[in-house]
Design a protein around this ligand. Structure first.
Ligand SMILES: [Zn+2]
Length: 482
């Protein structure tokens, strides 16, 4: 998404950084003796001093090279690991699954899990903009937002704020211009767009130098979507079909299929005719062209297991009560049918294989969870996504890149964020254990730096506990957080 938004985004981030001071904060902080995880090289650099001035890293160096200013507040980082703040590149925090009024309680939950940035992939633009405006009062991640989906119908969406239904190319162009004028950072498209609508959106966003991302519509082959400049593709929709040796024939039959049984039969054929050679050539192209993929493996996995959701899952505490009820395993069939869940289980198996091949070919990947779809938790599920990326064949540092430097590159902000390096924004997470040894260690969040504020574990636990109390998951008495 080179053509995306750099100036706009950065100007906005600058305004935000200037406004942020939700708690009393020393201007100058020196973290000493910390292991800096260099996501670019893939090494830990031990015993570093990291000097942070306001919201910016001003120096990262060995202590012998650094004189720490007297007025700096020192934080002992020995035995800890410092990573760039994590970005969840696929969330819905204001619509689709989440009600906008939950936002100010949900956003701190992301932060408490080390998620210092989110790309919101569809929801109520007015609510998202309001949170940005009031960001000084709410600890939470940075946000880039799409606002409503563009799709051919509002059917299947929760509220009119989540979707703009377009039926002609003129309407599609007008919707793009409207969202651009209203401050959406990029356009999110839905699966049902016709070819004419899709190409109208591709053209109009191009004129506005605005990125468009989302589901590759069923009517558009993924190969063509990449050629037409789609910035990132979500959920790997359409990729298996493109990798079939009979893709043209099967695509036609799929479009004409009358029922689920027929589509299931075609899915069998798609799997049986999968060609690693075709996949390899396609993925090499995507690597060359910089077509980003957000596999959202955790969404696929958890959707396949809706009937097995664990009511004692600690992450459920940080989910609003209405959602907890809706997600009850007894409701699984109402959310996704048994056949649908079987489809997702199969999709997960295929997607893990696709991600492994994409990674080998050098396709840029983004970590995205699809929180708050059923059983996709704010913050926690991003860590599950990193674990699934590792099980698809990425090393821990390669998985870490998908939520840090890759996200920054995607936003054309790699000079501003995504690494622990002088000159970068100090959105940072201090971990108790080495994430390069085991990706699950990204869960061991010791402290978070966000928008110039340092949050200790105690403060993060308080944020979690406040959310749990608001969402009715713990008693109103001050119960210690987990
Ligand atoms: Zn989504």
């Amino acid at each position: 998404m080179r053509r995306a938004l750099t100036l706009l985004l950065w100007a906005w981030a600058g305004v935000c950084l200037a406004q942020q001071q939700p708690k009393e904060q020393p201007r100058l902080i020196a973290i000493t003796g910390v292991s800096v995880v260099d996501v670019e090289s893939g090494f830990n650099v031990p015993n570093q001093t990291v000097l942070i001035d306001g919201a910016k890293i001003v120096l990262v160096s060995h202590p012998r090279n650094v004189g720490i200013p007297k007025h700096a507040v020192r934080i002992n980082g020995s035995g800890k690991y410092l990573i760039p703040g994590l970005w969840d590149m696929h969330t819905h925090v204001a619509g689709v699954s989440a009600r906008p009024e939950w936002g100010k309680h949900l956003l701190p939950v992301f932060l408490a899990h080390g998620v210092t940035g989110i790309r919101d992939m569809g929801g109520d633009l007015a609510a998202l903009k309001e949170w940005r405006r009031t960001a000084a009062q709410i600890p939470g991640p940075e946000m880039i937002v799409a606002g409503p989906f563009l799709d051919t119908t509002a059917q299947g969406y929760g509220s009119p704020q989540e979707v703009i239904a377009v039926t002609t190319p003129e309407e599609a162009r007008a919707a793009v211009r409207k969202l651009h004028a209203e401050g959406a950072n990029f356009i999110k498209i839905g699966s049902r767009l016709t070819r004419a609508l899709y190409f109208a959106i591709a053209d109009e966003t191009g004129k506005l130098n605005m990125a468009f991302t989302g589901h590759v519509p069923d009517a558009v082959p993924v190969e063509e979507a990449s050629f037409s400049g789609m910035g990132s593709m979500e959920h790997l929709f359409g990729v298996m079909l493109q990798c079939s040796s009979k893709s043209a024939e099967l695509r036609k039959r799929l479009a004409e299929a009358k029922d689920r049984a027929e589509r299931a039969k075609i899915a069998d054929e798609i799997e049986a005719t999968f060609s690693e050679e075709i996949a390899g050539a396609l993925f090499k192209e995507w690597a060359k062209r910089g077509t980003y993929q957000t596999p959202t493996l955790v969404w696929t996995r958890n959707t396949s297991m809706l009937d097995k959701g664990n009511p004692a899952d600690p992450s459920l505490r940080y989910v609003p009560e209405a959602l907890r009820k809706e997600w009850s395993p007894a409701n699984a069939d109402k959310i996704v049918s048994l056949a649908g869940r079987a489809f997702y289980a199969r999709k997960l198996k295929n997607d893990l294989r696709l991600v492994g091949l994409m990674h080998k070919a050098g396709v840029p990947l983004l970590a995205g969870s699809d929180a708050l779809d059923p059983f996709v938790f704010p913050g926690d599920s991003l860590h599950s996504e990193l674990e699934l990326l590792v099980s698809a064949g990425l090393s821990p540092v390669e998985a870490l890149r998908t939520a840090t430097i890759n996200a920054a590159r995607f936003m054309a902000q790699e000079r501003q964020r995504g690494e622990v390096r002088a000159g970068r924004v100090a959105d940072l997470v201090m971990l108790d254990d080495d994430p390069l040894k085991d990706i699950r260690n990204t869960r061991k969040v010791h402290a978070v730096f966000s928008r110039g504020v340092y949050y200790t574990r105690t403060e993060l636990d308080k944020m979690l506990n406040d959310a749990a109390r608001t969402f009715g998951a713990v008693a109103a008495s001050p119960t210690p957080a987990p």
